[in-house]
Structure formats: C-alpha cells, structure tokens
Design a protein. Structure first.
Length: 114
C-alpha cells in the first residue's frame, strides 16, 4: 500500500470505487485494493467497508470476499440485510454464497480502465 496515504484518504478512495459498482454487480475487497495500487490490502478495504455504514450513499453490500461469500454480513444492522439488498438488485444468494459470481463480478481494474 502507498504508505504516504493516510487511512482516512485510503478509505475515501475505497468509497469512491464502491460508489461506482453498478446495481446487480459485485466486487471483492482484493479487487478494490488491487485497483487502488495496494495489492495486499483486502483486509484494509474490509475495514473501510466496516466503517462505511455511517455513510448512507456507499453500497457496501456489493463488496464480498474473493469467492463471493457474504463475509461482511455481520457488520450490517441485521445479519440478513446484506443478502436482502443484493437480492433486491436481482442477485441470487444461497447459503451466504453469491450464485453466478464470475458472471456478475465487477472488476474495477477492467471496468474503470482508461
């Protein structure tokens, strides 16, 4: 990770990327970190998502782990909130696992490439 960035600045960069994830698509903590030039920062992206619940305009429910598991569900107001939000966008979730994950995966390094 770029050590010249403060944690607050990094979190803000994460939030800007997350706001770009289209409805009906998901990405992973690691994909966001990779896009931001911090390849091994998936955990820090997860911390940013945990802190994002104070911001109502950040769709944190669209960020999952690298295999499509709803590992962040415990950080929502109710354990079922993350799944309910995803399903309201047409995403199928079974046993905390996003179905057709590879098809609906949104990779910011590809989608936001200049």
């Amino acid at each position: 990770m770029n050590t010249s960035l403060s944690t607050k600045d990094f979190f803000e960069q994460v939030y800007q990327v997350v706001k770009l994830i289209p409805k009906g698509r998901v990405t992973s903590y690691g994909a966001i970190g990779n896009y931001l030039g911090a390849r091994k920062s998936a955990r820090m992206v997860g911390w940013a998502m945990n802190a994002s619940h104070a911001h109502f305009d950040i769709p944190a429910h669209r960020v999952v782990n690298r295999i499509g598991l709803l590992t962040g569900k415990f950080h929502f107001e109710k354990e079922c909130t993350m799944q309910e939000k995803l399903e309201s966008e047409g995403i199928t979730v079974e046993k905390d696992q996003i179905q057709n994950f590879k098809i609906i995966f949104w990779d910011p390094s590809k989608e936001l490439a200049i």
